[in-house]
Ligand binder design. Structure first.
Ligand code: PLP
Length: 382
């Protein structure tokens, strides 16, 4: 049995997605900027995807820019706003638990002379709205707070954050890479100006994403090149990727999200029966596919490797930070001690996971934890 429970890192492309993409790799391969019929065919093929992504956010197609993924969308949003609004100020507010695509972009901007406030979060991973408000000054140009966290699954109240930003006349960007199609966003109701999305987290292809930019937003491109993508993102459009991305969005079913929530809850309930464990992230306000558990007195890496040997793929922290031996910045920010952070495993589900797989996972984790604790010098003997 091979069980994939690392869907926050990436997902399997849906067969329907692959089918939709194929013609744009084999027959309709024109450059969307070319004037001949091949080019026009490719250009026309971008229209429907733009409408699909726009519709999913109650936005208009002109407000959607296709990019190479979440990282690029985050960069364009943050740097694009920062450089365009320098005349107003150079203060940006973000949080300590952002994905590196946002966090490291802010760190880089700090070196360029911008002032960055990194908001703390509470033990559930939520920012404090009062602290956000108190951090705002006349020089604040942007607030960038993620919609849902990739490690602990906590969903922020972007309605409240957006209202506050609107009241203060500050742009609001949210990284919705993990939440997109799992937690709805209605840009007619939520005062968000920029939204980052990525295709490969929702059964679309890798290397493609989108950025929503509200009409009237003052933003400049960060790359130089042609006039592609509303003059904000130059480069030949990845037509097959964009078609696949939109297909993936189009076929999302709410029932799948509900089913994932049920499996998530079963996994949480059963794993917390193991002594000396705790759930990370918010118990209710969390992604339908995220389970983050700390197994005390155990190294997360050992648990991961033992589960891998049983055919189960999970992650310690996020895929991006798991190359590092440092404890996760996110887990430390919610107040975990280093040794507890090191014993943390993220299980992230997809629509393809079955109850049988979850049952096998529960059984396997219980066995492995017991074995590892027997040999752990830190063990309490449980
Ligand atoms: N933002 C978040 C919250 C993510 O989880 C990820 C990917 O793990 C990214 C951004 C980066 O997206 P991409 O892999 O499409 O560059």
């Amino acid at each position: 049995m091979r069980i994939y429970l690392d869907n926050a890192a990436t997902t399997k492309a849906d067969k329907e997605v692959v089918k939709a993409m194929l013609p744009f790799l084999t027959e309709k391969y024109g450059n969307a900027s070319s004037m001949h019929s091949f080019g026009q065919e490719a250009n026309a093929a971008l229209e429907a995807p733009r409408k699909i992504i726009a519709r999913s956010l109650a936005a208009s197609p002109e407000e959607i820019i296709f990019t190479s993924g979440g990282t690029e969308s985050d960069n364009i949003a943050i740097r694009g706003i920062a450089y365009a609004n320098r005349d107003k100020g150079s203060h940006i507010i973000t949080s300590r638990i952002e994905h590196p695509a946002v966090f490291n972009t802010c760190k880089a901007l700090e070196k360029e002379g911008f002032r960055i406030t990194y908001l703390d979060v509470d033990k559930f991973g939520l920012i404090d709205l009062k602290k956000l408000e108190n951090s705002m000054t006349k020089k604040t140009i942007l607030v960038s707070i993620m919609h849902a966290n990739n490690e602990i699954g906590t969903i922020q109240d972007i309605d409240a954050i957006g209202s506050l930003c609107k009241k203060k006349g500050v742009y609001f960007h949210t990284d919705a890479v993990q939440s997109y199609t799992k937690v709805p966003i209605d840009t007619k109701k939520t005062a968000v100006d920029l939204i980052s999305m990525s295709s490969h987290k929702l059964h679309g292809p890798k290397g493609v994403g989108a950025l929503y930019v509200r009409k009237g937003t003052k933003i400049v491109p960060i790359s130089t090149g042609g006039a592609h993508e509303r003059k904000l993102r130059p480069g030949t459009e990845n037509v097959s990727g964009i078609v696949g991305f939109a297909k993936a969005v189009d076929i999302v079913k709410e029932e799948d999200n509900k089913r994932m929530s049920k499996l998530r809850d079963k996994l949480i309930t059963e794993l917390l029966k193991i002594p000396h464990t705790n759930l990370n992230g918010h118990p209710k306000q969390r992604l339908c596919n995220n389970v983050s558990i700390s197994f005390h007195f155990i190294e997360g890496e050992s648990l991961l490797m033992h589960l891998d040997a049983k055919g189960i793929a999970v992650s310690t922290g996020s895929a991006c930070s798991s190359h590092e031996l440092k404890a996760s910045r996110v887990l430390l920010a919610i107040g975990l001690k280093h040794e507890i952070a090191h014993g943390t495993i993220r299980f992230s589900l997809s629509k393809y996971n079955t109850e049988k797989e979850i049952d096998y996972t529960i059984k396997s984790v219980k066995e492995v934890v017991k074995e590892l604790r027997k040999i752990s010098p830190l063990t309490k003997g449980d």
